[in-house]
Structures are given as structure tokens and as C-alpha cells.
Write a protein that binds this ligand. Structure first.
Ligand code: UDP
Length: 243
């Protein structure tokens, strides 16, 4: 038996990873691309838990902004269901490239997924299965970043990896300000004090409180996802130490 401690990561993939840039919905070629990279790292022995976003389908907040008759809480539940759609697609994609998975949901959906139980999730990870955690936290008015922080902590992950469409955390919006600089390292305090909007303030605070490192990186850069999963330092690393 190999008792060497395996690297365990919580990967947060936003809905954007499920379709080409500027598109919406689920495009299986994008999902397969994601699946191949994740499966490769898992085959090398990295234990991987994935929290999926749902923004490629819908976000609860968009209904509020559009002033529709849908109650805000209902809209958030719709967003949580969107993450289940992504989870089902990602499960098919990962299994089609030959790696076993388990889809687990924060609320009961017995016909398509297992209920999320922490101990069972840990067991799946130990057995080398990639676990797909859908349904966010199961509660409205938060995002899947909160779910990612929560699950990273309870599953004792070594790091929370956030795959995004930007290279990391910048001093300003790089799409609007050409002088914006990328921070390779940051402290939780700096992210909060400077109100750097890369994750919910609450989730970054939670990671800080429990010393959970967070790495933000661009998943569209070739090879980045695999590098991040293997433990290479890319993008921006947020820790307690001074950056
Ligand atoms: N959501 C929620 N509770 C959760 C997680 C998600 O209510 O614990 C809803 C929320 O409306 C959110 C949507 O589901 O906007 C989709 O998730 P998110 O916006 O985090 O997706 P991403 O931006 O990562 O694609």
C-alpha cells in the first residue's frame, strides 16, 4: 500500500469553462477539453474534487437585475440547478476519457446523483474517483465560490484552485486599464482591504481564517489547468504570508 500523502485539490470551474468564449450554454468540445486535463492529473494520483459554477446557463442575480416576476430566492435555486446540468455534462465527459467519477449534489436529486456526504466524498477521493460537487451550497443568495471555499475546507484540500478567464488577480480591471499589474502573490488581507473582486469577500475571508491557499489562474492558457492541478505555481497565489 502506498501511504504517501496524496495531493488533494478543490478545483472551482466557473460556467465559462463549459462553452467557448462569449458563448453560453454547454458545448461538449469545451467540456471534453476540461475533462481531458482533469483526468490526466487524476491518473497521476492527484485527488480532485470539482465545484462547478452555472453562469454559462444562468445566475440568480440576473433575474433581479432584469426585474422579472421570479422571486430572488427562486432564481438562485435555478442557478443551483444549472450547476447540476454542468455536473452531468462534466461527468459524461470525464468518463468518456476513461476516468471514474461521482456526481454529488448539495440537495437531493437521487435519480441523477448521490447526496453530498462529506465522509463518502472523502472515500471517493481516496479511491481515486474525481468527485463533482453540484448544487453549490444548497442555499440561495451565495455563489459557487462560497461552496468551493466550504468544500475545500471540509475535505481538507491542500489548495483551492479557481479556474477563471483572467490570468490572476490584477491591481485593476486589465480589460479597462492597460496599466493594471498582475500580482503573483497576495495575502488574504490585501485581497479584502483592496476589495479585489476575484471571489466573494466572504469566501476569501473563510479561506483566510482557516489558512486555505487559493490560486487563481487562466484556464484558457494551454497547459495551465494541468500545471495548477499538479502543484505548479501560476497566476496569483493567495496565502497568509506576505506577497
Ligand atoms: N447559487 C446559489 N447558491 C450556491 C451556489 C450557487 O444560490 O450555493 C446560484 C447563484 O444564483 C449563482 C448561480 O447559482 O449565481 C450559479 O453559480 P455561479 O454564479 O457561482 O456560477 P459561475 O459564476 O461560477 O459560473
Amino acid at each position: 500500500m502506498n501511504d504517501q500523502k496524496k495531493r488533494r485539490v478543490l478545483l472551482k470551474v466557473s460556467g465559462e469553462c463549459f462553452c467557448p468564449p462569449k458563448e453560453r450554454g454547454i458545448e461538449m468540445s469545451s467540456v471534453i477539453h476540461l475533462a481531458e486535463q482533469v483526468a490526466k492529473a487524476a491518473q497521476e494520483g492527484v485527488q480532485i474534487a470539482i465545484v462547478m459554477g452555472g453562469g454559462n446557463i444562468l445566475r440568480g442575480a440576473q433575474f433581479k437585475a432584469a426585474n422579472t416576476s421570479i422571486q430572488e430566492a427562486t432564481a438562485h435555486y435555478m442557478g443551483m440547478l444549472a450547476t447540476v446540468l454542468n455536473g452531468l455534462a462534466l461527468q459524461e465527459a470525464i468518463e468518456s476519457v476513461g476516468h471514474p467519477t461521482r456526481l454529488m449534489t448539495a440537495f437531493s436529486m437521487d435519480v441523477v446523483a448521490e447526496p453530498y456526504l462529506r465522509r463518502r466524498a472523502v472515500r471517493h477521493l481516496e479511491k481515486g474517483r474525481i468527485i463533482l460537487l453540484a448544487g453549490g451550497t444548497g442555499s440561495p443568495f451565495v455563489t459557487t465560490d462560497t461552496a468551493a471555499a466550504q468544500r475545500a475546507l471540509e475535505l481538507n484540500a491542500d489548495v483551492l484552485l479557481k479556474a477563471t478567464k483572467v490570468n490572476g488577480v490584477y491591481s485593476d480591471d486589465p480589460e479597462k486599464n492597460p496599466h493594471a499589474v498582475l500580482y503573483p502573490e497576495l495575502t488574504y488581507e490585501a485581497v479584502q482591504q483592496q476589495r479585489l473582486r476575484i471571489m466573494d469577500q466572504e469566501s476569501i475571508a473563510k479561506c483566510g481564517e482557516h489558512n486555505m491557499p487559493v490560486m487563481i489562474f487562466n484556464f484558457r492558457t494551454a497547459g495551465n489547468l494541468e500545471r495548477a492541478l499538479r502543484g505548479e505555481r501560476i497566476g496569483t497565489l493567495i496565502t497568509r504570508e506576505n506577497g
